[in-house]
Design a protein around this ligand. Structure first.
Ligand SMILES: Cc1cc2nc3c(=O)[nH]c(=O)nc-3n(C[C@H](O)[C@H](O)[C@H](O)COP(=O)(O)OP(=O)(O)OC[C@H]3O[C@@H](n4cnc5c(N)ncnc54)[C@H](O)[C@@H]3O)c2cc1C
Length: 489
């Protein structure tokens, strides 16, 4: 009697769910029944690639953003068949091609459709529009309880639910309902509604100076006129620039260059001499020395930084829990501005606005917010040891995700923690998984049926936040998943 194909259920259909589905369908040795549970209408978009803002761009060149890391030319082939670049000529610049995130979202969605129609293993990929409420492990399978009341059985489950919700800093809680305070600017239309209301001469405060702030600033610059912008954070650090293309790079790289690079050997200079402890201090010194050596040769600093960044998943687990926490507390902000770089187009509009006196970046910590009569805000800052007050017409929160905060009990992750299926990892910014992404339950056992991929594993792998790292992480995880699914037949 012929048995039906084993079922792989993917929870969440953002970039992570999409790349897992496509890679599983292309590489599985047997046909699979792949079901992606995602409430949104299109797979692949998730939070970052669902908006329509023409100024929000993918922050890396397209070859590093393929849905399939073993086929890095896939985005370019999609572009060659479409008219995206005619519609958005600014995407191409001397640094490479940096697509609008909305167009990249379309690429991801259409790629899932492409491989749903035809793939190497003869698998099916189905999108089930719903949200998973709870997951239960039974001896023969996993039971997924869906919000619309259905239950679904799976032989294996990959959790791909992405990042936690944006953080609302405690001092903004009492003003979060005010129409002049936008607390999640990349979700919904609150930012665009605010732009429509801002008259020339208004002053806007942007809380945060990272990539989210850069997105918001580029929207404000395009959609308002004569509005002054002050972006602030404790240290006032702004993301660095992309590196210029390497003139010495071979003109055609093998399709697998990304996997080769990320799965390649850790450079020996990153390890201390035998007998010395492996510490964050050692890593910083080794990276600084290497970067200095390269820049002295006229090479960009990013080259030295990226050598370490690309293989961070291999050496981060070797640090002790204390060292990881030390890095997160003291060095992460410095690492992040070098790691999460500005798309060149965004960098250019920011530079112009600073030069024109329309935008300023400040190192100051927000201490309090007061709504004044006439719909203005009084913000109190700590700046160079002094308290200063400033008035604004609006405040936009760009402080990003609360990776290290308590897990929200109402989310699926929160319920899985309560059920003992997930546990926080030792660094506190994600959940515990083993090398093959099998979740570690509260009893210390690795699950044979549930895996977790993407940003929620950053505590274990150091960096599973960008598309290229997630795609290669999925690639590494799949052989063990195929093994389990083969046994499920
Ligand atoms: C604003 C922004 C811009 C970014 N830009 C870039 C970039 O340019 N390049 C880059 O490499 N990385 C970028 N990133 C990093 C980004 O995290 C990854 O690229 C990638 O999008 C992560 O995908 P994900 O699927 O894990 O998460 P998400 O995109 O958050 O998707 C998670 C999905 O899971 C679904 N979901 C959640 N809970 C459930 C549930 N219970 N049941 C069913 N479905 C559920 C959600 O609906 C959502 O669609 C950006 C991140 C942000 C926030």
């Amino acid at each position: 009697m012929r048995r039906s194909p084993p079922r792989l259920v993917i929870v969440g259909g953002g970039f992570t769910g999409a790349t897992v589905a496509v890679q599983a369908a292309r590489r599985s040795p047997i046909a699979l029944d792949i079901v992606v549970i995602e409430p949104s209408a299109e797979l692949g978009r998730g939070l970052p690639y669902q908006g329509h803002d023409p100024d929000h761009r993918v922050n890396g060149p397209i070859a590093s953003h393929s849905i399939d890391p073993l086929d890095t030319g896939h985005v370019q082939r999609w572009l060659d068949k479409s008219d995206e670049l005619q519609k958005d000529p600014a995407a191409q610049c001397s640094f490479g091609t940096f697509l609008r995130r909305s167009d990249y979202g379309r690429y991801l969605h259409e790629s899932v459709l492409e491989f749903s129609k035809k793939n190497e293993s003869g698998s099916t990929i189905r999108h089930h529009r719903d949200r998973v409420r709870q997951i239960k492990l039974e001896s023969e399978h996993v039971v997924l309880e869906l919000e619309q009341g259905h239950h679904l059985l799976g032989d294996s489950v990959v959790l791909a639910f992405g990042n936690p919700a944006s953080r609302l800093p405690p001092m903004l809680k009492h003003v979060s309902k005010s129409p002049i305070v936008v607390h999640a600017p990349l979700v919904g239309s609150a930012l665009h509604q605010l732009c429509e209301r801002l008259a020339p001469g208004s002053e806007v405060a942007v809380m945060g100076t990272s990539l989210t702030a850069a997105d918001v600033i580029s929207t404000l610059l395009r959609q308002t006129s004569g509005v002054g912008i002050t972006a602030f954070s404790r240290r006032g650090l702004i993301p660095h620039r992309q590196r210029p293309p390497d003139p010495l790079a071979p003109s055609s790289l093998p399709k697998t260059w990304l996997v080769d690079r990320i799965n390649g050997e850790v450079p020996s200079y990153l390890f201390p001499d035998e007998g010395s402890p492996f510490t964050v201090r050692h890593l910083c010194r080794a990276m600084r020395k290497r970067i200095k050596m390269l820049t002295n040769q006229g090479l960009p600093w990013q080259q030295g930084f990226d050598e370490a960044r690309d293989v961070v998943w291999q050496f981060w687990p070797l640090l002790t829990a204390q060292e990881k926490q030390r890095f997160l507390r003291r060095l992460r902000v410095w690492y992040d501005v070098a790691r999460f770089r500005l798309p060149p187009q965004t960098a250019e509009s920011i530079d112009k606005a600073v030069a024109a006196g329309r935008l300023a970046f400040c190192a100051q910590a927000l201490q309090g917010v007061q709504v004044l009569e006439g719909q203005r805000l009084k913000l109190t800052f700590q700046k160079k040891g002094k308290q200063v007050e400033q008035e604004f017409d609006a405040l936009i929160n760009c402080t990003g995700f609360d990776l290290g905060g308590p897990v929200d009990q109402k989310t699926l992750a929160g319920k899985l923690v309560q059920a003992g299926i997930l546990v926080k990892d030792e660094s506190g910014i994600g959940f515990s998984v083993d090398k093959t992404c099998r979740v570690i339950h509260s009893n210390g056992q690795a699950s044979s049926r549930i895996r977790l991929v993407g940003p929620a594993t950053a505590g274990v792998f150091g960096d599973s936040l960008g598309a290229m790292f997630i795609a290669v992480q999925a690639h590494r995880m799949l052989p063990s998943l195929f093994n389990d699914l083969g046994q499920a037949r």
